[in-house]
Every structure is written in C-alpha cells, then in structure tokens.
Write a new protein. Structure first.
Length: 101
C-alpha cells in the first residue's frame, strides 16, 4: 500500500507544479514537498526500518511544518501585494461582469 501512497504523492506534486504554479508561487514548495513525501513513502517500503515512526517521523513533521510556514508566508506576501494594486484584468471583470462569461 505504501507504493500507492508514493505514487499518489508524486502525481499530486506533478499536478501542482505544472497546473497551478502560475496561480500561486506557494505551489512550487508544495510540489517539492509532495515529491519528498513520495520519496519518503517509497523509501519506507524499501528499508526494514519504519520511517514513519520515532525520530524519522519527527524529521518528517519538522519538514512539514517548515513547508507549511513557507507556503503561508508566500501566500500572505502575494495577497498583500495583490491587495494594493488590483490587476487590470480584475478591474475589467468588476466593471463589466458580462464580458467574463
């Protein structure tokens, strides 16, 4: 079952990177994180030691926390800068909602 999770994490990483990276820069560290998760789960199936328990689990939790904090910072910086100067496309949509359909 670990191989299924490893494949799932990698598929999610590819989807986030190629599909959603233009929407938000926070998708880039998230996609790298999911690649790491895929590698971690694959490695967990290959070695005899359980990488999801003990010290290894704390390492994974620390990396998860750092990734979450990095993504929150990137998200807040993007939305703070976007809030000051709305793009021309957003102004266009708010002024003429019929043209966006």
């Amino acid at each position: 079952m670990g191989y299924v999770y490893a494949g799932l994490w990698v598929i999610i990483a590819v989807l986030l990177f190629f599909r959603f990276r233009r929407e938000s820069r926070s998708m880039i560290p998230l996609s790298l994180y999911f690649v790491l998760l895929g590698f971690w789960w694959f490695l967990n199936e290959q070695v005899t030691e359980d990488l999801l328990r003990g010290n290894y689990a704390w390492i994974l939790r620390g990396v998860s926390l750092l990734t979450l904090l990095l993504c929150v910072v990137i998200y807040l910086l993007e939305h703070r800068s976007a809030g000051k100067e709305p793009s021309a496309e957003a102004k266009d949509r708010s002024e003429n909602p019929e043209s966006s359909r």
